[in-house]
Write a protein that binds this ligand. Sequence first.
Ligand code: NAP
Length: 535
Amino acid sequence: MTTDPEIHDLIIIGAGFAGLYTTIHAVREGFKVIGLDAASDVGGTWYWNRYPGARCDVESIDYSFSFDEDLQREWRWMERHATQPEILRYLNHVADRFDVRRHYRFNENLTAATWDENSHLWEVTTDSHTTHRGRWLVMATGSLSKPVLPDIPGLDTFAGETYLTAAWPKVAPDFRGKRVGLIGTGSSGIQTLPHLAQDAADVVVYQRTANYSVPAFNRLLDDDEWRAAQDNYAHRRQVSWDSLAGSPWTSHPKPYHDASPEEREAVFEEFWTQGGVLFAKAFARLTADPEINRAATAFFEKKLGQIVHDPQTRSDLTPDDHPLGAKRICTDSGYYECFNLDHVHLVNLKKDPLVSVVPEGIITQTGLRMHDCLVFATGFDALTGALTAPDVRGRGGLLLRDWWKEKVTTYLGVSIPGFPNLLTLNGPGSPSVLSNMALTSEQQGRFALDLIHFCADRGFTSAEARMDSANDWTAEGLAIAESTLFGAARSWYTGANVDGKPRGFLPYIGGFRPYIDKCHQAAQSGYSGFVLSNM
Ligand code: NAP
C-alpha cells in the first residue's frame, strides 16, 4: 500500500463533464486537488460507451460547457447530435486547453473511502493500492456509469465473443459475416442495432420490453447553421439555464385541451421531426395527463406502422406496458427500419422467454439460435450504483451501501446525512439525467465549490446534510414524481431495473431552473439545510 503524503483540499472522483468542470475551477480558485479515474484518460461516460452508433440525444450545441466563451466559440460541432468520438475529442480538447490532466491519476479505481472523525479528512483507497487523504470527497462518478450484467444461466459458457455496450473495447470488433445476438432494447441497444445490421451476416434482437424510439433526424451542421447558432449562443444558453431540462426547447404554447384535432396533429408532427426525446415535450403535461399521453402514443404507433412492414414484428415492437416518456424516449437513426431486413430478426422474450446461454448461442423456449457474438446493452445501476460500489464509510463507520438499502435519501442530491464532506454531483435527488448533463455538471460543480468556500472562509471543517432536510427533499421529489406518469414504468428512474434496489424516484423531476433556485435559496440561507461544524 502506498500512501500519498499530501493532504488535498478536494479529492475528485471522475473525469467526465462534472469532474472536469470541478477540477478546472477548484484549481483556479486555489484549492489543492487530486482527481482519480478508473479509465486511462478523461471522458467519463464517453470514454466507456464506444459502441458503434453511440451519440448524444441532446443537441451538440447545447451539450457542451458554457463557462468559457472562447471554448464555446472555438469548438466547431460537426453534427446536430454529436457522436461518441466527437464528444470524446471535445472533452480531450477541454482537458488540454485547461491543462487538467496533471491533476488526475488515471487507471485508479476507487475501492474504499472512509471519513476520519478525528482529523475531519477522507481517506480514499484505489485498486492500485494507493491511499489519498483530502478534506472533501467529490463524487463526480456519473449517473449511468455502473453497468448491469444480466443474470442469465450459462452466460459464462458462451464460446464466442461477448461485448457490453457500456465497456466497449477501444479496438472496434469486426462483426462482418458473423451471427450476432443483441440483448437489450433501451437507448444503447437501439442506437447500435443499425451498425450491427450493416456488418453482420445475421442479427437476432432479444427484446424483453418494447420501448418508444423516435428518430433523431440528425444532420451535419453546415456553416450557415453553425454561424447562426454562434450568433444566438448567449440567448440560447440563457433560455437553457432558465428551462426545465437545460435545453432551449419548450412545449407548444397552447395547452393540448385548447387545441383542435388538426392543431394537435400538426404539433405532434412538428415535435416528431425535432427528433428523439423532444417528442415528449410536444404538449405541456404530456407525461402527466393520461389523455395527452394516449394521443401521443397513437401518433407514435401511426409512425411505427409507416416504417415496419411485417404486422407481427410491428406488434411486438409496440410498447404495451408503460406510458410514452415514462421511460426515457430512445433516440435512433434507422432502428425500426432494420426489422425490414431479411437478416435481422426480433425475438419477443415476453412470448418466447430466454432460457439460457450455451456455448453455441442462446436458447429460448422455442429453441436454440446460433451466435458468434453476443452484445449486451442491458443498462445501468443508475444514479446510486457508482456511489455504492466502493466501500464508502461515513460517520461511525456507516456504510453508504447499507444506509441506502431501504431508501435513497439526499439533500438537493448533493449531500447525505452521516457522510460529512462527501459531495455527490449529479447524484440521486438532482435533475441530472432529466436535464442537459453538460449544464447540470456546471451547476453542480459550482454549488459544491461555493459550499467549500463558505466553510473554508468561516473555519468549518465539516458540512453534512441535516436528516430533516434530506427527508424533506426526498419526499418533495417523490411527491412531484407521483403527480406524473413516470411511476407507471418499470424503469431505472425508479430503481426497478436492479434486483433488490429500493424503489423511489431517483432523479429530481421538479425541473432544472426550479432546482437551481432551490440551491440558491439553500446557499443564501447560510446553508441552513446542512450541519456545519469544526473540530
Ligand atoms: P436501459 O434503457 O436500461 O435498457 C436496458 C435494456 O436491457 C432493456 O431493454 C432491458 O429490458 C434489457 N435487459 C436487461 N436485462 C435483461 C435480461 N436479463 N434479459 C433481457 N433483456 C434485458 O439501458 P441503456 O439502453 O443503456 O440506456 C440507459 C440510459 O442511458 C438511457 O435511458 C439514456 O438516458 C442513457 N443513454 C443515452 C443515450 C443517448 O444519449 N442517446 C444512449 C445510450 C444510453 P427491460 O426494459 O425489460 O428491463
